[in-house]
Design a protein around this ligand. Sequence first.
Ligand SMILES: Nc1ncnc2c1ncn2[C@@H]1O[C@H](COP(=O)(O)OP(=O)(O)OP(=O)(O)O)[C@@H](O)[C@H]1O
Ligand SMILES: [Mg+2]
Length: 226
Amino acid sequence: MAALLEIEGLGKRIATDEAGGLRTLFHGLSAVIREPASIAVMGASGQGKSTLLRMLACLETIDEGDVRLNGQSFRQSDIREWRMDVSYVAQQAVMLPGTVDFNLRTVSRLHGATYEERLASELMERCGLGGMPGAKQATELSGGEKQRLALVRSLLLRPQVLLLDEVTASLDEENSRYVEELLLERHRSEGTTLIWVTHQPEQAHRVAPVHWTLAGGRITESGVAR
Ligand SMILES: Nc1ncnc2c1ncn2[C@@H]1O[C@H](COP(=O)(O)OP(=O)(O)OP(=O)(O)O)[C@@H](O)[C@H]1O
Ligand SMILES: [Mg+2]
């Protein structure tokens, strides 16, 4: 059976100046996720964690190597469907101009997915946003509120793989735990694969039995006994 997600020989070169200078961020990066999993991605600032996640979601160009979901390369896939199946939750949440309700509905509509109103309110509640008025302007939310609203938008797409870029970084301890529990529950009940970028080793240990460390352009995988 094909693996859930295969990362094969990924390379990324990034601009160093406006004159077209390039440097290699990583080269020949490979990893495989055989079945639904929860994986923490660690590594120093600037090692390319966000870039890697954005490449997996096809939000950043992939010039070298391949990514396959259930055996199918992104090159043979419909990009809109791919981004629904492999959904990126950004480090800096971006809101669409408009209300909270508009933000929740529009992302589903843009992806051609049915808007599940009951699921939306349940997810909002479980993220600690139960009291948030749907008519509030999304751009006026705090950083932590935007981050959770962006997470709910992604969860509504029922992705196979959820790419979580420091998803609790703007949250207090209590709300971080709500979000962790909600995501782990989606992993158990829906089989959603979770890939968490985090700078907190304690969080990595709480949420993921497998850790990827990104350093010097390589992924080192380690398993943690639970
Ligand atoms: N579009 C881009 N153009 C030029 N350089 C970029 C671009 N995107 C990222 N970089 C550079 O690539 C490197 C990796 O960035 P990235 O944001 O992926 O790191 P990170 O591991 O997520 O860091 P952090 O932990 O601080 O979030 C950095 O040096 C960054 O400046
Ligand atoms: Mg980052």
